[in-house]
Write a protein of this length. Structure first.
Length: 82
């Protein structure tokens, strides 16, 4: 099982790489849509990339409630605990 502190850098680095963001922009309370201008198409791309990184399939319904970086990290954490 990976801890939150293990998963957060993975999520941060993935978003930095995918969307050319600055690492300091990505904090747990950061909102994907409002703060980072990530739209629903981008969210699908995030799911695909996280699948590649984790080796686990993320169900789209598990990602529908994701609104913040914290939500993304927790979704990945739950996925890895399955």
């Amino acid at each position: 099982m990976q801890s939150y502190d293990d998963i957060f850098p993975l999520v941060r680095d993935t978003l930095v790489e995918m969307f050319e963001l600055e690492p300091q922009q990505i904090q747990p309370p950061t909102r994907l849509y409002e703060d980072l201008d990530i739209d629903s198409i981008d969210a699908v791309d995030i799911v695909v990339k996280l699948k590649e990184v984790t080796g686990r399939k993320i169900k789209p319904e598990d990602f529908k409630t994701v609104r913040t970086i914290d939500d993304v990290v927790r979704a990945v954490q739950n996925l890895l605990e399955e």
